[in-house]
Design a protein around this ligand. Structure first.
Ligand code: NAD
Length: 473
């Protein structure tokens, strides 16, 4: 396995694009049997190389292999196999219920592949975020170009080496590179673009797509709040929130970004967070900074960004707060920002943007309604979490906030459910993924009717010369 990332030459990108269009025109990817075979091959690619993949991601991110198997390789194999089994059902024509007099017209919705698609993916879950969309493209009958992230060079190089060994090279291609290669890809016309990453680049992608009127799915980020009802079991909440935050060192789009709770909850919450942190990363083994079970930060610039947040915050660092510059590792850190109404909280460095690292601010409010108001005063997040056993409180949060998804009494675990869509709303993105939802993104719903000659007497009224009598009831 090569450790240096070979960028795809810019002039090759146009050739790849032309090849994918040629393949699409030839209808090679259309038959369900072809799609099924490619999905099985993709599952085999991941299964047979799971260890190589985990090694590469570990080199890039220090991500524990367990986290790669749990959140990336395992789910992708499973979703390839589910897609292969479900293809027939997803892609079959729909014949909607229509009024009796329209039945003879045979109204039908055909599920048509849109055409060659472009997938641009980020570094934080590099396997699942590139191959999940590829699974959807194969299922929908679309050729695809995948542009993985240059920030995980070991993984992206490995992907470029593995894909040709397993998949049809005339239909599925990896383009490696950074902004220049992505820009070149975006100058070309695609049938759909699926972008996962930050909102700044998301805007560039959507603007480029608009030149060709290309539909886009944007899977972006945001600040995911965690609301804790003071009546909830605080120790359990602390353990589940901490796990969602330390996984991949907080470099997860749906990681808890900040906690909202009441002043009386704060002391037990901090005690429990401290205790669980010590259990996850025992201090006699050196704590998180020395642990093989804790990822590092992906790059020096992200490391500098996160440590600068810790330097600039006016909050009180209650847990953690240290880092190791050589390892690019930052301790899980809990920072109490204080009372939301006292001022300074909204302006704090930790509330500026998505943290995307292992720092967890806590904001204090007086009631669940104030938590709801605080969330509503900010951009709509990708995920919102709330801990409450009270159905009334859960309903209050569900009915009065907006987020991509809303998850009660746990964090991050929603990803294990294959049957629900993963999507943002407003500034956290649009379009959806996971199985049928990804298939739908790459599928055009093509309507048709077939008018029988025998319908002519019923249609006679539509031809000029018009008579108002036709509409006299
Ligand atoms: P990144 O830096 O790897 O960028 C993402 C992709 O954009 C890469 O392939 C990169 O090469 C490409 N890119 C860079 N410049 C470009 C340009 N000018 N035009 C087009 N593409 C360009 O990843 P990132 O953006 O740091 O990813 C982290 C962000 O992604 C966070 O905000 C996180 O919340 C979000 N995210 C969202 C999801 C989701 O499913 N909603 C999942 C993971 C991450």
């Amino acid at each position: 396995m090569s450790s240096t990332l070979k960028f795809t030459p810019l002039d090759e990108i146009e050739q790849i694009h032309a090849l994918l269009y040629k393949t699409f025109k030839s209808k090679t990817c259309h038959p369900l049997s072809y799609r099924r075979t490619q999905l099985h091959k993709l599952a085999r690619l991941v299964q047979e190389n799971a260890e190589l993949i985990a090694d590469a991601i570990h080199k890039d991110l220090g991500k524990p292999k367990f986290e790669v198997y749990m959140a990336e390789t395992g789910p992708i194999v499973e979703r390839c196999l589910i897609s292969a089994k479900s293809l027939e059902e997803w892609s079959k024509d729909e014949t909607p219920e229509v009024p009796e007099w329209q039945k003879a017209w045979k109204p039908t919705v055909h599920k048509t592949p849109k055409g060659p698609v472009l997938i641009i993916s980020p570094w934080n879950y590099p396997l699942i975020l590139s191959l999940q969309s590829l699974t959807a493209a194969i299922s929908a009958g679309c050729p695809a170009a995948i542009k993985p992230s240059e920030l995980v060079p070991n993984f992206s190089q490995l992907l470029a080496e593995l894909i040709p060994k397993y998949l049809d090279q005339s239909a599925y291609r990896v383009v490696n590179g950074g902004a220049a290669e992505a820009t070149k890809l975006l100058q070309l016309r695609w049938a759909h673009i699926f972008y996962t990453g930050n909102g700044r680049i998301g805007r560039i992608v959507a603007t480029a797509a608009a030149q060709h009127l290309t539909p886009v799915s944007l899977e972006l980020g945001g600040k995911c709040p965690v609301l804790i009802d003071p009546e909830y079991d605080i120790d359990l909440a602390a353990k589940r929130i901490l796990w969602g935050k330390v996984t991949n060192a907080g470099q997860t789009c749906i990681a808890p970004d900040y906690i909202l709770t009441t002043p009386s909850t704060l002391p037990p919450l901090l005690t429990s967070l401290r205790n669980h942190l010590t259990t996850f990363y025992p201090s006699d083994s050196g704590g998180p900074l020395s642990s093989p079970n804790y990822a590092h930060i992906v790059s020096r610039s992200h490391f500098n960004r996160i440590t600068s947040l810790l330097k600039r915050t006016k909050g009180k660092v209650e847990i953690g707060g240290k880092w190791d510059e050589e390892k690019l590792s930052v301790e899980p850190s809990v920072v109490v920002l204080g009372d939301a109404t006292q001022g300074g909280v909204e302006e704090d460095a930790l509330m500026e943007d998505e943290i995307f690292g292992p720092v967890l601010p806590v904001v204090l409010v007086e009631s669940v309604q104030e938590m709801v108001d605080f969330v509503n005063a900010r951009d709509q997040p990708l995920a919102a979490y709330a801990f409450s056993e009270n159905e009334g409180v859960r309903k209050q949060i569900l009915e009065n906030t907006i987020s991509g998804g809303l998850f009660f009494n746990d964090t991050f675990q929603q990803l294990a459910v294959n049957e629900i869509p993963f999507s943002g709303v407003g500034p956290s993105g649009y379009g959806a993924q996971v199985l049928k939802y990804g298939f739908n993104d790459f599928t055009h719903l093509r309507s048709s009717i077939t008018m029988p000659a025998a319908a002519e007497p019923h249609l006679a009224v539509r031809y000029p010369p018009y008579t108002d009598d036709a509409f006299k009831f």
